[in-house]
Design a protein around this ligand. Structure first.
Ligand SMILES: [Zn+2]
Length: 456
């Protein structure tokens, strides 16, 4: 099927299955006009329908947490102990220039689109220079982006050498970032900080107030690793989320990443303040030391999306990991065989993810008035037949090969795994030599070494 020809400015599509905010619908249709969804309903409500037999349409996946500056280092982490950011990511990303940021981001968006992600939330300590590159890549690929602006260097505790800027200097950087994003389609600004490790409680409070005032997301890595929790208790006598709560940092505009080592009282603080979190199951499996209690989050109404955290940018692999981690960690010990009943994870990867990352009312669902961000899936692969329960099948049997088309804001960005807006060979050639330079940056320390070293 030639989707580029099929998907006109105004089109009514009726696949076998439509995944709506109220679940799976058969014999329904969705009308797209320009960048938006105009109507969704039973087939009989529409005229001039284009039937899509053996296809499903679902909302695009949202990657609620990733680092587009780390993509070339993704295969360095096998066997590495946790806190990889200290030994690999920080030295690798620190000195990247505009061109390197551009190539890294475009590569990351390429992988993301192939994996069905229509929106990516980038975390990075980026200034305007790096963001010029990241934004150029986002515009060229058509992906929806929450853009990062970094602040740890202001208080200097991470050791970047900049250190201790005044509040007015910090504010200036944030306002410049907001300004920079204002004219760019589908790019919204955010502020990134690594909690108390790089900032004083006073700075965190002011950052939160500033983000709230400008209705932008404040991204904070929180309660991810043992040393962080331990250090917070030693320094402040409180666990990280307790500290953020005490200083009025939390709120609906705050997105906490990981929250894997979270206590029951801390979950209560997240609920009380309507703070959002990102659940990163592949990151837990590959480089963390705990799995977030996402099933309990879902049962208690915590808003959470799902993040790849630069592991694998395959939306289906993340879905499978999300369910599997909860099953092993929380389902099996109490014989909870339902364990979120599939739809919990599908929602977290789509509508909930959009909500947790500032997209409420704008995108993330197949609903009238929202942006036309969606995937067309092929339902005919043997792995997915015979079909009995589509949402379980999404979680367990689908993979990126079944993504026929990725559409963002009404524009087709990827067809059968190939971008339609730009040339992949050109990027591959430009990126690979630069990638070697980036992944051999001074200061990178790999503890584990290659798997070959461990053969007996
Ligand atoms: Zn991260």
């Amino acid at each position: 099927m030639d989707y580029q020809k099929l998907l006109k400015k105004s089109v009514v599509l009726s696949p076998d299955i439509l995944l709506t905010p109220n679940g799976v619908k058969k014999e329904w249709a969705v009308e797209f006009v320009g960048t938006k969804i105009k109507a969704v309903g039973p087939r009989s409500d529409f005229k001039d329908i284009i039937a899509l037999p053996n296809k499903a349409i679902i909302p695009g996946f949202v990657d609620a947490h990733t680092h587009v500056g780390q993509i070339f280092g993704k295969a360095l982490i096998g066997g590495e102990p946790a806190q990889i950011w200290r030994r690999i990511w920080h030295p690798m990303e620190r000195d990247m220039d505009e061109k390197q940021s551009y190539l890294s981001a475009k590569w990351a968006f390429w992988e993301a689109l192939r994996g069905g992600f229509t929106k990516v939330v980038n975390y990075g300590l980026n200034g305007i220079d790096k963001n010029e590159g990241v934004h150029r890549a986002a515009v060229e690929t058509g992906i929806r982006l929450v853009s990062a602006c970094g602040l740890d260097e202001f208080s200097g505790e991470i050791g970047t050498g900049h250190g201790n800027k005044s509040w007015s200097e910090i504010e200036e950087v944030v306002l410049a970032h907001i300004d920079h994003c204002a004219s760019l389609k589908n790019i919204s600004p955010s502020v990134c900080c690594s909690s108390f490790m790089g900032n004083t409680p006073e700075t965190l409070f002011r950052l939160s107030e500033l983000c709230k005032k400008h209705s932008i997301i404040l991204q904070i890595h929180s309660n991810e690793h043992f040393p962080e929790v331990h250090e917070c208790i030693l320094r402040h006598g409180l666990r990280p989320i307790e500290l953020l709560y005490k200083h009025a940092v939390l709120g609906p505009h705050v997105l906490l990443h990981h929250t894997s080592l979270v206590s029951e009282p801390e979950i209560e603080l997240i609920i009380e303040t309507d703070t959002a979190t990102s659940y990163n199951p592949l990151a837990s499996m590959w480089k963390g030391n705990a799995v977030a209690p996402a099933l309990r989050f879902a049962q208690r109404g915590v808003r959470f999306g799902m993040g790849s955290d630069t592991t694998s940018a395959d939306g289906f692999k993340n879905l499978m990991a999300a369910e599997a981690c909860q099953r092993i960690e929380h389902g099996l010990p109490v014989a909870d065989f339902s364990c979120g009943a599939a739809w919990t994870w599908v929602d977290a990867a789509t509508s909930q993810g959009a909500s947790a990352t500032g997209g409420t009312g704008d995108h993330g669902q197949l609903a009238p008035g929202l942006a036309a961000d969606y995937l067309i899936l092929d339902m005919m692969a043997p792995e997915c037949l015979p079909s009995h329960d589509f949402e379980w099948e999404l979680v367990r049997y689908y993979n990126r090969d079944q993504i026929d088309a990725v559409i963002i804001d009404g524009q087709i960005c990827m067809e059968h795994g190939r971008p339609v807006l730009w040339d992949t060979e050109e990027l591959r050639q430009a990126a690979m030599s630069v990638a070697r330079t980036i992944t051999s940056a001074p200061g990178i320390k790999r503890c584990h070494g290659s798997s070959e070293m461990y053969r007996p």
